[in-house]
Design a protein around this ligand. Structure first.
Ligand code: RBF
Ligand code: MG
Length: 315
C-alpha cells in the first residue's frame, strides 16, 4: 500500500529535497471523501506542474494536545491514516509531531519555515474552511498574501456532499455512534475499519454456541454502536467475510463491552494476530435471549443474513 511514498516523521530543515511541491495540510481523521477531494486536487496539480504531491498531517491530533479534556474519539489510528494517505498516490506524507511549541508558532512563521524554506512549495491546496497556526489565526487570506511574497498559489477545494450532507469527520462519528455504518461508509468512501489484536475471550463461542469468535482489543478510539454487523475482515493481504458483535453479551451478563468477530470461511487460531474489521452493514440490535439455544439459532440466522448482504454488496 505504501508503494514508493516517502514518509517523514518530522521535517527538520534540509531533509526534504523537493523542488515544485504541491502541498496540503490537515488532520485528515478518517481520510473521508472530503479529504479525498483535496488529495485528488493535490495529485492533479502536482502532475500539471511536474512537482511532488505532499500531504502534511499531525500526530497526535492537535486537539489531544491543546484540549486534552475534550472527548474526541478519532476515526483512524495514526497507522491507518498513514496507510490511507499513502494509498492515494502521494509522493510524500509528512507526519509532524504536534507539540505545544509547534502550536505556539505564529502562522506566518509556520508558512515561512515549512512551506517556503523546507518544502519549496509552489501551490497549497486547502479545504474551504481551513485555519491554521497559533490560535487558528491563519486563514486562506493569509495564505494567499504570503503566497504572493514567497511564490506559491493557493487552491481552495469546496465541501463535498454525500446523501445531502456535507462530509465531515464529526458527521461520520455521529453516524457510527448510531450504528449507521452503511451511511458512514458512503461518506468515507470505504467501510469504517477497526483494527485490533485478537485476545483470549471466554472461550464460550466455540464450545457453547458452536460459533467461535475472535475477540479484538481495538486500537481505534471509536467503535460503532452496540449491535450485530455484516463485516469484512482484513487479515494480512486477505479479506474474509464475517459477522461481528459489539456489545456486552446480555444473555451471559458480561460487564464489559467487547468486539467479537466470527469468520464465515475460516477456522483456525487467530490469537495474537492483528485484524481489521470493516463494518459493511448493521443487521440488528444486541438482545438478551432466554436460552442458549435461541441465541445460537439467532446467530445462525445472522450468519446467513451476513453472507447474503456481503455477496450482494460485492456483486
Ligand atoms: N450475545 C447476546 O447476548 N445477545 C446477542 O444478541 C448476541 N448476538 C450475537 C450475534 C453474533 C453474530 C455473534 C457472533 C455473537 C453474538 N452474541 C450475542 C455474543 C455471544 O454471546 C458470544 O459470542 C459468546 O458469548 C462468546 O463470547
Ligand atoms: Mg470468542
Amino acid at each position: 500500500m505504501t508503494n514508493g511514498v516517502k514518509i517523514f516523521h518530522d521535517l527538520p530543515p534540509g531533509v526534504a529535497s523537493f523542488s515544485r511541491t504541491v502541498v496540503t495540510i490537515g488532520n485528515f481523521d478518517g481520510v473521508h471523501l472530503g479529504h479525498r477531494a483535496i488529495l485528488g486536487r493535490v495529485l492533479k496539480r502536482a502532475r500539471e506542474l511536474g512537482g511532488e504531491a505532499v500531504a502534511i498531517t499531525f500526530d497526535p491530533h492537535p486537539l489531544k494536545v491543546l484540549r486534552p479534556e475534550m472527548s474526541l474519539p478519532l476515526l483512524t489510528t495514526c497507522d491507518q491514516k498513514l496507510g490511507l494517505l499513502a494509498g492515494c498516490g502521494l509522493d510524500a506524507v509528512v507526519l509532524l509531531p504536534f507539540t505545544r511549541e509547534l502550536a505556539s508558532l505564529p502562522p506566518r512563521d509556520f508558512v515561512t519555515q515549512y512551506f517556503c524554506q523546507r518544502l519549496q512549495v509552489r501551490e497549497v491546496v486547502v479545504g474551504h474552511d481551513y485555519r491554521f497556526g497559533r490560535g487558528r489565526e491563519g486563514d486562506i487570506d493569509l495564505l494567499q498574501e504570503m503566497g504572493a511574497q514567497c511564490g506559491f498559489t493557493v487552491q481552495v477545494v469546496w465541501a463535498v456532499e454525500a446523501d445531502g450532507a456535507v462530509v465531515s469527520s464529526s458527521l461520520i462519528r455521529a453516524l457510527l455512534r448510531l450504528g449507521k455504518v452503511a451511511e458512514a461508509a458512503r461518506l468515507l468512501g470505504r467501510p469504517y475499519g477497526v483494527v485490533g489484536r485478537v485476545v483470549r475471550g471466554k472461550g464460550r463461542g466455540g464450545k457453547l454456541l458452536g460459533v467461535p469468535t475472535a475477540n479484538l482489543c481495538p486500537a481505534n478510539e471509536l467503535l460503532p454502536a452496540s449491535g450485530i454487523y455484516a463485516v469484512r475482515v482484513r487479515r494480512g493481504a486477505k479479506t474474509l467475510p464475517g459477522v461481528a458483535n459489539i456489545g456486552t453479551c446480555p444473555t451471559f451478563d458480561n460487564q464489559e463491552l467487547s468486539l467479537e468477530v466470527h469468520l464465515l470461511e475460516f477456522s483456525g487460531e487467530l490469537y495474537g494476530e492483528n485484524l481489521e474489521v470493516q463494518f459493511v452493514s448493521r443487521l440488528r440490535e444486541e438482545r438478551r435471549f432466554a436460552s442458549i439455544e435461541t441465541l445460537a439459532a439467532q446467530i445462525h440466522a445472522d450468519i446467513e443474513q451476513a453472507r447474503k448482504t456481503l455477496a450482494a454488496e460485492s456483486a
